[in-house]
Write a protein that binds this ligand. Structure first.
Ligand code: 5GP
Length: 209
């Protein structure tokens, strides 16, 4: 499947605590041609989260029913919760000629790669500077209890083993630098797409003249 026009599917994956959510938020602020794909989840809402902004929080039953109706491009189970990206976000971004940003795990990234043209996808894997730093960040954000932190840490090790499935792997030492690198890579892809289009329109004229 192709996204059409100049819309790209931008995927950012990383283990929990590597700073991915902050990165995505900063990137959207810096680039006004990107929409965030807001996922649906059966996980409970955290105190600082807003329904419809961070996620659409629904019950497991509602999630299963939407899944049956082919509402999602992809779904995954993480930490015993269900997560899914709806198709409607892609259609809307395509219509507005915007890129769409997915803050999803490697399982979701694999499904998107399977269903969409590889030239339409720009995928990033974000690594923390070290495992101990990841643990420190998970504890610092104080969202999870001890049991959840150790669950997320063990998932993180598994998640990190998938970094080589991604086109771009970045180490998130300083968040501003990482955001700037992501922005430059997206701009490079935009330029290539523009250049290809330009060439396509000019080549025929040059050759046939
Ligand atoms: P959290 O509960 O910390 O918000 O997210 C847990 C994990 O689920 C993160 O790795 C996040 O990227 C991933 N995730 C969030 N939404 C989706 C989604 O729609 N699909 C998939 N495959 N993963 C998601």
């Amino acid at each position: 499947m192709s996204t059409g026009k100049n819309s790209k599917l931008i995927i950012i994956s990383s283990p929990s605590g590597a700073g991915k959510t902050t990165l995505c938020k900063l990137l959207i602020k810096k680039m006004n041609n990107i929409n965030l794909s807001i996922s649906f989840t059966s996980r409970s809402k955290r105190l600082n989260e807003i329904n419809g902004k961070d996620y659409y929080f629904i019950s497991k039953k509602e999630f299963e029913s939407l899944k049956k109706k082919n509402f999602f491009i992809e779904t995954a189970k993480n930490f015993n919760n269900l997560y899914g990206s709806p198709f409607r976000n892609i259609s809307l971004s395509k219509k507005n000629n915007q890129h769409i940003l997915f803050d999803i795990d490697w399982k979701g990234a694999r499904k998107i790669r399977k269903n969409y043209n590889k030239n339409d996808i720009i995928d990033f894997f974000i690594l923390p500077p070290s495992k101990s730093e990841l643990k420190r960040r998970l504890i610092k954000r104080g969202r999870e209890n001890k049991k959840e932190i150790s669950l997320r840490l063990s998932y993180a090790i598994d998640e990190m083993n998938h970094y080589n499935e991604y086109k771009y792997v970045l180490i998130n030492e300083k968040v501003q630098n990482t955001v700037n690198e992501i922005k430059k890579i997206i701009e490079y892809h935009q330029l290539i797409t523009k250049q290809k289009k330009f060439l396509k329109s000019k080549l025929k004229k040059i050759i046939n003249s």
